[in-house]
Design a protein around this ligand. Structure first.
Ligand code: SF4
Ligand code: MSK
Length: 657
């Protein structure tokens, strides 16, 4: 296991569970650099915003409402507290959908160029997946050449964004009963752009003021992300860059190397970063490195760009969202190359104190103080070369303020849906049957998705990053198989939980399954858009039989224990509409309306079988998830009473040993 007992600087063990983060944070402070860790202690959250009862939609406001005061129950326009809370919730969902989907659109546009021979830097790598996707998109492949099939797939995929009527193509993967429910509810998405635009229309002043009706649009928009934007991104990325299977990798600050030119790739999209990795061993790169006295180029990843590279090629991951400024503060990052999403505006500010070149590459995400090298998929090679030249020539500019924490962990990552199916049945009988059987016979209690961001904000006494670890440990100790994506996966990876050796931390039933399959009890499934892999996996569990006939019958639950971004909220909503309990921490900004909160937390279950919940601590999140899984087991008639492993304070203190 990764965790060696380390002495934290005084006062730092209370803010993070990562020793490396602690010592670089101290260095950054000594260097006079302010980071999100500092700002989060200075900026106090606005209590009105926390409750979701501030509306700034029009100039008659902003209106601050209070449902307990009849004179403040409505804004100037007459909108009520539940309407206003539902409006901001829906707007966030639209924003999350837009982010994942604009990413998916970029991939689809590039994919089409590749099919037409207009983007020489890429090629089709997974033909099996291309044919499978063609079938699901309704492309008739009869008598067609591969490139023609790819072109048709690209055209239909791109059309999913602009489609105005009908149903988005990939909802045909949704189990029949669930799809029927969505049709009855009127929430089957038509096209990504249409749903986002309609959500923004309906959340304006004087528009949809029936919060239940508004939530139907929120659902339709979230589903356009899960079964549209995100799923298209995942599928086409797999075809272009290969479908992940387990890769051994390394992560944490220790993957930086002072003797090498360090390039950090950060953001979400692999279009630039994937080919960029390959160039590190080119003879001209090695020659340039020699000239500046470096041993070579070390490309490492951050956030979801890292997850894309780690799960496909085993590229090291240096940190998650919360470490992005700190990685620069090590003093050895020669270039940080960002694509988009989850990129802090302060990166160039921090970089000023050191020598790092922050390189923005997308016109959608430009930051003052950064170097802008615009990336176009039609000229990959020249962009990659320019980035390497910039990083290598910057190597001699390092200052003497260098600190690389001697801390790294091993990880096994890349459990795509296709691999998990193969893993359980081999090439000829690839199947989820063994998983369903293990759940039915009780060796696996249920399955949990633990996803989302890691937050540098310390509230309610929790240490940043630690909620993921605490929650996951409690789940596996109680025989719950865990699947992870995004920064949640890499945060837990740093603690050794994503290694087969972590089987010893699992309950005896889960342990026996993991031993038989040679897998960790916690599976790294991919990046944030790869939550779409979990949607497909749940559909397969339902189709396999023995666990009911709809997703809402399955003993499964999801959580985002340190969520930050609107994208996480969109993911939560599409899982709630899929029939899954989703638990968020910190709380959603909806408490200002008891009526709206009751709707999401209680009434929703009768409508979709799924629902939202929130909790203050990882222990509470675990309780809610395990209780829900047990409830589903009871309903299926497969539940046996068993001792619950409860993590007491002493066990929590020992976490990491
Ligand atoms: Fe106030 Fe209504 Fe305008 Fe919102 S839309 S700011 S509640 S008047
Ligand atoms: S990168 S969305 S901080 S998981 Fe996907 Fe991490 Fe959250 Fe960004």
């Amino acid at each position: 296991m990764a965790s060696i007992e380390r002495e934290f600087p005084e006062g730092y063990s209370e803010v993070t569970n990562s020793w490396g983060t602690a010592i670089v944070l101290r260095k950054a402070r000594e260097d006079g650099v302010q980071t999100a860790w500092d700002r989060s202690t200075i900026i106090k959250p606005c209590p009105i915003g926390t409750d979701g009862v501030c509306c700034n939609t029009c100039s008659m406001g902003p209106c601050r409402l209070n449902e307990d005061r009849p004179d403040r129950f409505r804004g100037v326009c007459g909108a009520s507290v539940p309407t206003i809370v539902a409006r901001s919730f829906t707007k966030m969902i639209a924003q999350g959908c837009a982010c994942h989907s604009d990413h998916g659109r970029s991939i689809a546009e590039t994919f089409l160029k590749v099919a037409r021979g207009e983007a020489a830097g890429y090629q089709i790598k997974d033909f099996t997946k291309l044919y499978a996707l063609a079938a699901d998109l309704g492309v008739n492949v009869q008598g067609m050449q591969t490139n023609d099939i790819a072109e048709q797939v690209g055209i239909v995929a791109l059309n999913q964004f602009s489609q105005q009527h009908g149903e988005m193509a990939l909802v045909k993967r949704v189990p029949a009963k669930r799809l029927q429910l969505w049709r009855q509810m009127g929430i089957v998405p038509r096209g990504v752009d249409r749903e986002v635009v309609e959500a923004m229309h309906r959340t304006n002043m004087g528009m949809d003021q029936d919060y239940k009706n508004l939530m139907r649009q929120a659902s339709r928009t979230a589903l356009a992300d899960g079964w549209g934007g995100s799923m298209i991104a995942t599928e086409l990325q797999d075809i272009l860059f290969s479908t992940p299977n387990p890769q051994a990798g390394k992560l944490d600050f220790g993957v930086l190397d002072a003797d090498y030119v360090n390039i950090v790739v950060h953001g979400h999209e692999p279009l630039l970063s994937d080919p960029l990795v390959d160039y590190a061993t080119a003879p001209e790169v090695l020659r340039m490195c020699e000239e500046v006295g470096a041993k070579g180029v070390n490309v490492v990843g951050m956030c979801c760009t890292a997850n894309e590279l780690l799960t496909r090629h085993g590229v090291p991951l240096v940190g998650n969202f919360a470490q992005q400024e700190l990685v620069i503060a090590t003093g050895v990052v020669d270039a940080m190359v960002v694509d988009y999403q989850c990129v802090l505006e302060t990166l160039p500010v921090v970089a000023q104190r050191y020598h790092t070149k922050v390189i923005t590459t997308s016109n959608k995400c430009r930051i003052p103080g950064s170097l802008f090298i615009e990336f176009e998929p039609t000229r990959v090679a020249s962009t990659v070369k320019e980035i390497y030249r910039t990083a290598i020539t910057n190597y001699p500019n390092r200052t003497d303020r260098v600190l690389i924490p001697d801390q790294d962990s091993q990880i096994v990552a890349g459990f795509s849906f296709e691999y998990t199916k193969y893993m359980m049945g081999g090439s000829f009988r690839a199947s989820y049957r063994p998983l369903n059987d293990a759940i039915i016979d009780g060796r696996i209690r249920g399955v949990a998705a633990v996803v989302g961001c890691d937050s540098p904000v310390i509230r309610n006494g929790a240490r940043a990053g630690a909620a993921h670890e605490e929650l996951v440990r409690e789940l596996i100790a109680n025989d719950v198989l865990v699947a992870q994506t995004g920064c949640s996966a890499s945060t837990c990876g740093k603690t050794g939980l994503l290694l087969p050796e972590a089987q010893r931390l699992a309950g005896s039933g889960l342990q026996s399954i993991c031993e038989a399959l040679g897998i960790p009890p916690v599976l790294h499934v991919g990046s944030c858009v790869d939550n779409s892999r979990l949607l497909v996996a749940l559909a397969e569990m339902a189709a396999e039989g023995g666990l009911g006939d709809d997703i809402s019958d399955l003993p499964v639950a999801g959580a985002a224990p340190e969520w930050i971004d609107a994208k996480a909220l969109t993911i939560g909503q599409y899982f709630a509409d899929y029939g899954v309990l989703v638990v968020f921490r910190p709380k959603l900004h909806i408490e200002g309306s008891k009526e709206f909160q009751k709707y999401l937390f209680e009434d929703y279950e009768a409508i979709t079988g799924g629902k939202w919940a929130h909790a203050d601590t990882p222990a509470e999140v675990a309780s809610l998830m395990i209780d829900h899984i047990d409830k589903k087991r009871r309903a299926l008639g497969i539940h046996e009473r068993r001792e619950r492993v409860l993590f007491d304070m002493a066990m929590r203190r020992e976490l990491g040993e």
